[in-house]
Structures are given as C-alpha cells and as structure tokens.
Ligand binder design. Structure first.
Ligand SMILES: Nc1ncnc2c1ncn2[C@@H]1O[C@H](COP(=O)(O)OP(=O)(O)OP(=O)(O)O)[C@@H](O)[C@H]1O
Ligand SMILES: [Mg+2]
Length: 289
C-alpha cells in the first residue's frame, strides 16, 4: 500500500511520522520503503544519509521517468513500447535508486536532495507531470507492504505526484495550531485528485501530533480539533505525544523504535501501525510484541 504523509503546513510532524511509522512497520516484519519527496531531505538525514552525498535520488528518478524521447531507442524498441499500450501502465526505463536498510534502519529509502526544489519549475509543462512518481514506483511496488511518501509543506507538483501515486493519505495535524482554513484547502485538493486523477485515493486518517499532556489546554485543543475534523475526515484514535526522544531520534539517524524503543514516541508509532493494519484487515491482523 502506498501512503502519502501530507499537510501543506510546515512542521506538523510529516517527517517524524514517516520515519516513526516506517520503523514500527519494519520492526513488525513488514517490508517498507520510505520515499523522501521533500527538498530539505529531512527523511534522508533522519535515516543517517547525507543528501549531498547521494548520487541517485528521487529527483534523478523523476527526471529519468520522463526521458523516453531522449533515450537511444531503436525502431524495434519504440514499436514494442507503442504496441504495448493495453498491457503495461509504464515503461521500465527507470532504475529506482533504493538504498537498502540505511544506517541499519528496518526499511529501505529513496533519498532526496536539494535539486528536488527545481521540480515545480522543471516539470511545469512536462507531459504526465503528476504521474512521474507513480511510474517510478510501479516497478518496485510489489516488493513492499508499505511505501511511505514524506511530502513537502506545500501543495505543488510534488504533493500532486504523491497523491497520484498513493492509495492512502495520512494528514499529521499539530492540534495546537489547528487551522480549519488550511484543512479546507487540503480537503479540496484531495477531492480534486480523487475525481480527476486517482480514484483509488482515500484518507486513512488525520493524525493529531505533538500533544502535550503537561500543559492544561493541549488535550482540550486536541479534543476540539478531533471533533471539528472528524465531521469530514477520519481521525486516528492514536495521538502522538510531544516526546523528546522523537526529536532526538531524527538527529541520531535512526527511527525512534531503534533509538529509544521504550519511549512514548516509539509506542505511539507502534500503536499507529497497529491502527492502520486494523483499518485495513480488521482487529487481529497485527502481530503482538
Ligand atoms: N511528537 C513530537 N515530539 C517532539 N518533537 C517533535 C514531535 N514531532 C515533531 N517534532 C519535532 O518538530 C519538528 C518538526 O517536525 P517534522 O520535521 O516531523 O515536521 P514536518 O511536517 O516534516 O516539517 P516540514 O513541513 O518542514 O517538512 C522537528 O524538529 C521534530 O523533531
Ligand atoms: Mg518534513
């Protein structure tokens, strides 16, 4: 299942959720691929990889996915490709740059780089610009139980690519800064993509993050956010607490379930993984620890 973790607002916990959830699924024996679709490359760093050292990245793959006409194809290849229109949904021209188990983390990674910030400009007039990522993932999808896409904090071409490739969406929402206007904008984009681009898309849930039980009002704000959002979208029962181990894990280069296995942050992402599997398969699907 391909899941986009998205919210156009910055700092809502998209990257923390992508890596936390990847770690929890990986620990439970699921095959997981993290796609860092964000030019700041925080998921890449969180996985112990320096973005500037990566030769092949999601950006090189997205570009290659559209370079059919620049390739040195003979007449027979072209014939085969054009004949094949009923059979295949994409052409296997892209070497997908997967890093296996980066830094010992229990998932694979397609890293990002700063060059990805050119995507909006460079893909603006490209044919099939929203489908590039779907084409890249087509060939590797069968190898994974979960492909988690960490999206950038705006609703540009990269987020559209993620929503076009995905079957499920998780929207991390920092409830202390709950803003319904932003949610409405995201909501419209999701409906637009579902109607015009990708009918399989569904919202797995809105995830309330950075809940601080020590302050008196945060749980109350969380409850209000839950009530308001749940009129339109499913809200996960799982809530992610403020937990310093989650912030520390990102600096340590491993997921929180490795960095601090007994922490509240690690437990919260395990619970989220269980909740997602119970939404998919029913209550008893997830192995107990
Ligand atoms: N539950 C949490 N407890 C403590 N710190 C957190 C928690 N969630 C996120 N953080 C910290 O808050 C900051 C923002 O989180 P994160 O990078 O996951 O957000 P983001 O939505 O990916 O941001 P961006 O929009 O910039 O990509 C990070 O420094 C992260 O370590
Ligand atoms: Mg991020």
């Amino acid at each position: 299942m391909i899941i986009a973790i998205t919210n156009q607002k910055g700092g809502t916990g998209k990257t923390t959720t992508t890596i936390g959830l990847a770690g929890a699924f990986g620990e439970a024996g699921r095959q997981v691929l993290v796609v860092d679709l964000e030019p700041q490359a925080n998921s890449t760093r969180h996985s112990g990889r320096a973005p500037e050292d990566q030769e092949e990245t999601i950006w090189t793959a997205l570009q290659a996915a559209g370079q059919l006409r620049n390739m040195n194809l003979g007449a027979e290849d072209l014939r085969a490709i054009l004949d094949d229109m009923w059979e295949s949904r994409s052409f296997d021209l892209t070497q997908v740059p997967i890093v296996r188990r980066p830094n010992g983390n229990p998932y694979d990674l397609i890293p990002s780089e700063i060059g990805l910030s050119d995507a909006d400009l460079m893909l603006a007039s490209a044919v099939g610009r929203e489908r590039r990522l779907a084409n890249v993932l087509d060939g590797v999808q069968a190898d994974y139980d979960y492909i988690l896409i960490d999206c950038p904090p705006h609703l540009g071409i990269l987020t559209l690519n993620a929503l076009t490739a995905a079957e499920g969406v998780i929207v991390p929402l920092e409830s202390a800064f709950f803003a319904s206007k932003g949610m409405n904008q995201l909501f419209r984009v999701l409906i637009d993509v579902k109607q015009n681009q990708n009918y399989r898309l569904s919202v797995l849930g809105v995830l309330l993050t950075q809940i601080d039980r020590r302050t008196r009002h945060s749980p109350q704000i969380a409850a209000e956010a839950r009530e308001a959002v749940s009129k339109r979208l499913r809200v996960f029962d799982t809530e992610i607490p403020v937990n310093v181990d989650l912030a520390d894990a990102s600096a340590s280069g491993v997921c929180v379930t490795l960095h601090a296995p007994r922490s509240r942050g690690a437990e919260a992402y395990r619970q989220l993984a269980r909740e997602i599997e119970s939404i998919r398969y029913g209550k008893e699907a997830y192995p107990r620890h």
